[in-house]
Design a protein around this ligand. Structure first.
Ligand SMILES: Nc1ncnc2c1ncn2[C@@H]1O[C@H](COP(=O)(O)OP(=O)(O)OP(=O)(O)O)[C@@H](O)[C@H]1O
Length: 298
């Protein structure tokens, strides 16, 4: 395996995927370095599930290339052995118990850590002898996560796994995920609309908007490059010194407030003040900007 294949968990190069005539993803390029915990965000229908299905080899791109640790996940059993996937709604065979699913997993996977999943389910008090169909949504999500982790994947893909859970169950679910990731160093790509959860755990961002990657990179780098700027009212905010591009602007009679990508730590003009942004501010600004005018440069 080359260094690049070892260091890059997921790579997409100009990937497109069509459903009928419509593109669910178009010209989508990104690189997810190994060891990152990445948030996959975007509005409903942006293409998040489509992207995850391509990454796990469940569907074939109509354009471009997908690589997981340097391999094409479609039809490559070695590549698939490296990937864990928790699908939306955490589908499981409802009449089977967690114990039975753990036994089945051992038969279907060449690498399988039954003890790991049993320990994790015991730690969060999930009964492993009851049919999973009789468990709560939160308990089923924990079973699905435990089974995905038992594969000891190098890349774990999760499609809105905690969407239906109450705040406590969500907290426990994210805790289980973070403990496992800290132990194993697994790379994670996690799609969710729950920005506060993502802000707590993710160090990388992939933001999709209407089938395109609008913004991607390490969260620290993105936060360092963006600022909220407040200054005197201007109708030409892109001309404010130190502004590289304006993501969103709002105005009162006397004041302009910008969320902008800056060239340094902030504006060179002392009439303007610069304030750090949170991941949530950043995501909402990009989504809002794309809503009001298509195609903001990232
Ligand atoms: N099997 C399919 N057949 C036809 N169109 C599809 C299919 N799956 C997805 N699409 C379309 O592709 C686009 C992207 O859908 P996708 O499910 O990837 O979005 P998403 O970002 O995961 O949305 P959500 O947040 O609602 O889960 C949408 O316009 C959707 O309607």
């Amino acid at each position: 395996m080359t260094d690049d294949a070892r260091d890059t968990a997921l790579e997409m190069d100009a990937v497109g995927k069509r459903h009928g005539r419509a593109w669910a993803l178009r010209d989508c390029s990104l690189r997810l370095p190994a060891g990152r915990i990445a948030a996959l965000v975007g509005p409903n229908g942006a293409g998040k599930s489509t992207l995850l299905h391509l990454a796990v080899g469940l569907s074939r791109p109509d354009a471009g290339h997908v690589r997981v640790f340097g391999r094409d996940p479609r039809g490559d059993t070695d590549a698939l052995a490296e990937i864990g996937f928790v699908a939306q709604e955490t589908p499981l065979y409802r009449e089977f118990t967690a114990d039975e699913l753990i036994t089945m997993g051992a038969r279907l996977n060449r690498r399988w850590d039954a003890e790991l999943v049993r320990d994790r389910l015991a730690a969060v008090g999930i009964p492993t002898g009851k049919p999973v169909g009789s468990l709560s949504g939160g308990q089923r999500a924990q079973v699905a996560l435990g089974l995905a982790l038992a594969k000891r994947p190098r890349l774990l893909l999760l499609d809105e796994p905690a969407a239906a859970l109450d705040p406590l169950a969500r907290h426990e679910f994210m805790g289980t995920l973070m403990d496992a990731v800290a132990e194993t160093g697994t790379t994670v790509l996690l799609s969710s609309h729950l920005l506060a959860d993502l802000e707590r755990v993710c160090d990388h961002l992939v933001l999709l908007q209407t089938a395109h990657v609008q913004l991607t990179g390490a969260v620290d780098d993105l936060l360092a490059e963006h600022r909220t700027l407040v200054g005197p009212r201007t109708d030409r905010p892109e001309a404010v010194p130190g502004v590289r591009n304006v993501v969103r602007a709002s105005h009162t009679d006397r004041q302009t407030t910008l969320l902008a990508r800056t060239t340094g730590a902030g504006p060179a003009d002392p009439a303007w003040s610069a304030h750090e942004v949170s991941l949530e501010d950043l995501v909402l600004a990009y989504l809002g900007a794309a809503d009001s005018r298509a195609g903001v440069a990232a």
